[in-house]
Design a protein around this ligand. Sequence first.
Ligand code: ASN
Ligand code: ZN
Length: 351
Amino acid sequence: TREFLENLKTEIIKAKPPNAQDFKDPFVITKQRLIRDLQFCGINSIEDSDSNPSWSEGDDISDLNAKSVKLCYNNIGIFLDFMAEIFKRDSLDNRGCKVIASVNYEFNYPNAFYSSALGQVVFGTGFSMTGWMESDTKPVDDFIGIIGDFVTGIDIVAHELMHAVIQCTVDRGHGLDYKGEPGALSESIADVFAIMTQQWYSFKSDPNWKLEDSDWIIGKTAILPGHPGMGLRSLKEPGKAFEIATKTKVLKDLQIQHYDEYNDNLEVHISSGIPNKAFYEAAKEIGGFSWEKAGQIWYRALIDTGLDKTCLFSNFANSTFKEAVKIGKATGDPDLGKKVQRAWRKVGVQY
Ligand code: ASN
Ligand code: ZN
């Protein structure tokens, strides 16, 4: 059933972000170091941000009774550290820009987003009221009881920040069109760097961590405890992340994983399963940690190959192939191009 996403979309539209002009503190690109200024918007709305405390790096957080701010701050930090250490990237724009985020946006807002108009990321609590109440594990009538907490997950925070990176990089600040294949690519690239951030952080926290230990799941924390479902999306098995029977309906992950099933009318988070699965297959085929070779290939394809806003799966696949051949030559791995090509073929993308 598509009802789940239809419902979710309706909710998102109801809770849509304010216009850029409404925002009192516009995004400023600075040449400063990695500074993560977070605005704590309370649970009401972004418009209230003036009257709420904001928090800057170096401030004492011990007396700040805002778990969400702290979580958000730490997760942004992990993403920036990952980009710096693994891709030598200096913040989102590679010029050390500030990152602005708002947490606890609106009331029960069941999503997170990056707004290019606002130049910031925004996170909702879903229905868990993170930092305010215990998670709701009551039986569910509909999806309202299921979705929770968008700031706890490193992967969710990384996904939203990656949208900003894509925006800065593709088509001289235009980013990828948010529909059809470029839209699905935007969603997929955000997921790919999100899963790598999550995996890299697992490895940093436990040197015995292996790639086989990864579940390849995005958005575990967005499913409230007590409900079935691994998370919002699976790069390993797109379409299998969740299936939740409520009293009246079955809510199901609808992602597709083969180009045979693709059409331009599919919602971008559904068709992103195709390039997501291609990345999973490439990482598995290449071996090692995902960020060592597969991730480098995807990163170079994103920043170095002059992608434009209408980029199709086949264009991006071709870019990854060319980068793989280059990296393969440089690292004495002559089959790297073929491995990447095989991954795209598995999901039905030819170039
Ligand atoms: N969390 C979603 C995303 O970043 C928000 C949306 O669908 N606009 O893709
Ligand atoms: Zn996204």
